[in-house]
Ligand binder design. Structure first.
Ligand SMILES: Cc1ncc(C[n+]2csc(CCOP(=O)(O)OP(=O)(O)O)c2C)c(N)n1
Ligand SMILES: [Mg+2]
Length: 363
């Protein structure tokens, strides 16, 4: 009988962290910033603001005034928590839903409307010009983020690249290549995997046989953990720690935020064709905005009057942004070529001419 020596080559584990339960009650000791009532209220306001804008954007698409739009409903805590954790000089790489993070970094609603209305000027971020625009090709923001992190490291800058990626996005080669490189070079990169359970109609169980998405980082030698992505406190805490470690030379991190895409994938989708309403109802019971609201109210940091004022402010801001967007003259078809490359190749020059002629026939 053959016998081989049997020892353990390596052991790994994926921690899970949360601060508040689904009803907004603390589960354990809270991070020290939970003493900062102003910060908590600001995060709550930003989540409500993102949700109100999101609903308006869907309505604008339904009435033919906006292009296809991907809703962030239910994911506001992950998006806002990341924004609140970042420093202004960090560089943000989003996918397409993360308006809460962009709002926090000073991008105004008008720009987001322009972008989803097909206007290239929607990518001009006055307050955070170093941030990258929304990235629709799945996973392609990851190597860009690793590249930016490499540049920061070479220049000796104390800043960090933060990249979002979806659960579906973690199946892309670009994701593995980027985290492998970040691990090998100890780059200042924080990757937040937004596990919202679905990649259009593909549930995460069919996306991967892995028990967690966070564990994909283990193979790249990167510390990883899973958090409750509907709990803005734990998002801000864990992402803040990871960013600080990366900025001070401690290398990359991967954080898997568990949340849920309550809306359709985009306004072009009908999720009722592939998932049950019971599943969506369950997700509503864990959604992030009510949760933080309950926490704040229980501590007398928020009340009905504050809520009313906030709703009115959001509505005024949204209406002003929509008016400005609808009054903005359309760009010429040249813009989509001009914003793409400094020196377009001959094939694109030709397409630019074709687009001009086509536009002229349509008046
Ligand atoms: C390279 C590439 N392949 C396919 C698509 C089509 N597509 C758009 S969104 C999407 C699903 C992405 O799912 P996930 O990464 O979980 O992000 P979520 O939409 O859930 O936020 C796919 C396959 C694409 N945009 N890019
Ligand atoms: Mg997804």
């Amino acid at each position: 009988m053959l016998m081989s020596a049997h020892t353990v080559a390596a052991r790994f584990e994926i921690p899970y962290r949360a601060c508040l339960d689904a009803d907004g009650n603390p589960i354990g000791p809270l991070p020290s910033f939970a003493q900062d009532a102003q910060l908590l209220r600001d995060m709550y306001r930003m989540m409500v603001r993102a949700r109100a804008f999101d609903a308006k954007a869907v309505n604008l698409q339904r009435t033919g005034k906006l292009g296809t739009y991907p809703s962030c409903l239910g994911q506001e805590a992950t998006h806002v928590g990341v924004g609140a954790a970042m420093d202004p000089e960090d560089v943000l790489f989003t996918v397409y839903r993360e308006i809460g993070t962009k709002f926090w970094r000073g991008v105004d609603m008008y720009r987001i409307l322009l972008y989803w209305g097909g206007d290239e000027r929607g990518t001009l971020y006055e307050r955070c010009p170093q941030d990258f625009p929304f990235c629709v090709p799945i996973g392609s923001q990851m190597p860009q983020a690793a590249g930016a992190a490499l540049a920061m490291q070479i220049r000796g800058e104390r800043r960090c690249a933060l990249a979002f990626v979806g659960d579906g996005g973690t199946s892309q080669g670009a994701f593995y290549e980027a985290i492998n490189f970040a691990g090998a070079r100890s780059l200042p990169l924080v990757c937040v995997i937004v596990n919202n359970r679905w990649a259009i109609s593909v549930p995460v169980e069919r996306q991967t046989a892995a028990q967690t998405l966070a564990q994909k980082a283990i193979a790249a030698g990167i510390p990883a953990l899973q958090i409750d992505g509907n709990d803005v406190l734990v998002v801000r805490e864990t992402v803040g720690e990871a960013l600080e470690r990366a900025r001070s030379g401690g290398g990359p991190s991967v954080i898997e935020a568990l949340t849920y895409r309550i809306a359709d994938h985009t306004t072009s989708d009908d999720a009722s064709r592939y998932r049950t309403s019971e599943e969506v109802q369950e997700a509503w019971a864990r959604e992030p905005v009510v949760r933080l609201g309950r926490y704040l109210r229980a501590r007398r940091l928020w009340d009905d009057a504050a809520e009313e004022t906030l709703k009115r402010e959001c509505s005024d801001e949204i209406e002003a942004a929509v008016r400005r967007y609808l009054a903005t003259p359309k760009q010429s078809t040249d813009a989509m070529f001009d914003y793409l490359m400094a020196e377009p190749p001959a094939s694109l020059q030709l397409q630019r001419e074709q687009a001009r002629r086509y536009a002229a026939t349509r008046g």
